[in-house]
Design a binder for this molecule. Structure first.
Ligand code: TXA
Ligand code: MG
Length: 348
């Protein structure tokens, strides 16, 4: 398949390209589009065949459900059974990097939801995503636009290297702002009332969610490795993700001890290092990737996936990165990094 690439900086000046992309979606084709989190691999969310095509293009198991993207949070009710808590979440965080799992309506095919009776709904905050959703007048089913097992793409170059020849159109809208996938929550109820289960941490933090719903429960798969045969609440948590082919090891210790360790490792073996800006002048330049200042978690999130891709292309035998803190945006970084590292943490 010949893949067209449209570079769009201002959607108001790209009516023809966006209409062409919308027509492709309506005709059952695949369009990669930018969002504020990562790039999405989009198809018609109401079509069984489009879902199958998405799974095939990504090389993804078809029991791992897709997120439905909508252009207005109120539209969710057409595709899912919404409730008051959904409305409160929508008012607080949408459009934005939040995905909510709700009971699905019949119009959403089981192919889209990986056979589940629930559907994931998200209203992205990106002018190109918004313009595309408006133009196609469909909900767009879109997983992250990477080949299964690769880090999610945060710029068009990543998408082109993974999916060129596998999709009809790639819309290049520059770098994704946030750089980590959306926060996913499920609305649950028990005898004491409603609560949110956090299935995937992202830029909407657990603390922010707690301002809308008092009880936020972090699903075990967010922090821990699942035991053999255990099924997570979110099927995607089961699969090894974001895994570089060079082993990644996370370092836990004091700043001083970690720096001393990294210096000595650079002397003895070819290693790639994701270091804080503050450490850069102390370390050798080769295969060194500066992730942002120690306290600047937003920059670390923005650069993480690009750095993992770059580090994996080096001649290093091992990649080192810092173990992030588990609070605020740190929880999202922690969740992605422990999975990329297959839970390998070295105490220094
Ligand atoms: O930021 C994002 O969410 C990006 C952009 C493109 O919107 N999309 C994204 O999609 O990250 P994907 O498919 O790579 O990750 C979606 C995750 C998967 O782990 C999947 O298992 C989970 O959402 N998921 C989808 N539907 C679900 C459902 N009904 N119940 C539980 N988990 C669900
Ligand atoms: Mg993904």
């Amino acid at each position: 398949m010949q893949t067209k690439v449209f570079r769009i900086t201002d959607p108001s000046l790209a009516g023809a390209e966006l209409q062409e992309a919308a027509d492709i979606l309506r005709a059952g084709g695949l369009v990669v589009f930018p969002t504020e989190t990562v790039y999405g691999l989009g198809g018609n969310g109401l079509s069984h065949e489009a879902a199958e095509k998405i799974y095939a293009a990504k090389g993804r198991p078809s029991d791992n459900p897709l997120i439905i993207h909508i252009h207005d949070p109120a539209e969710a009710d057409k595709y899912a059974v919404t409730d008051q808590l959904y409305n409160r979440l929508a008012a607080a965080f949408m459009p934005g990097p939040l995905t909510v799992i709700l009971p699905k309506r019949d119009c959403i095919p089981y192919a889209t939801t990986g056979g589940l009776d629930t559907v994931a709904v998200r209203c992205p905050d990106h002018p190109i995503a918004h313009a595309l959703l408006k133009a196609c007048r469909l909900p767009i089913a879109a997983p992250s636009a990477n080949l299964s097992g690769k880090p999610s793409p945060t710029c068009a170059e990543h998408v082109i290297s993974d999916l060129s020849g596998r999709v009809d159109i790639i819309i290049d809208g520059g770098e994704s702002d946030i750089g980590l996938e959306s926060t996913i929550v499920k609305i649950d109820r028990d005898e004491t009332g409603e609560y949110l289960t956090l299935l995937r941490p992202g830029a909407i933090t657990a603390d922010a969610l707690a301002c809308v719903c008092e009880r936020v429960v972090i699903a075990p798969a967010v922090l821990e490795q699942l035991k053999e045969g255990e099924r997570p609440l979110s099927p995607g948590m089961m699969y090894r993700h974001y895994a570089p082919t060079i082993p990644l090891v996370l370092l836990d210790g004091t700043p001083k001890d970690i720096l001393a360790f990294l210096k000595s490792e650079q002397e003895t073996k070819p290693c790639a290092i994701l270091c804080y800006d503050e450490e850069a002048t102390e370390l050798q330049h080769k295969n060194l990737f500066t992730v942002g200042a120690r306290e600047d978690l937003a920059t670390q999130a923005h650069t993480l996936f690009a750095h993992l891709r770059e580090a994996d292309k080096t001649d290093a035998r091992i990649i080192y990165a810092h173990l992030p803190p588990r609070d605020g945006l740190g929880l999202a970084l922690y969740n992605r990094l422990i999975r990329a590292a297959a839970h390998t943490i070295k105490k220094i």
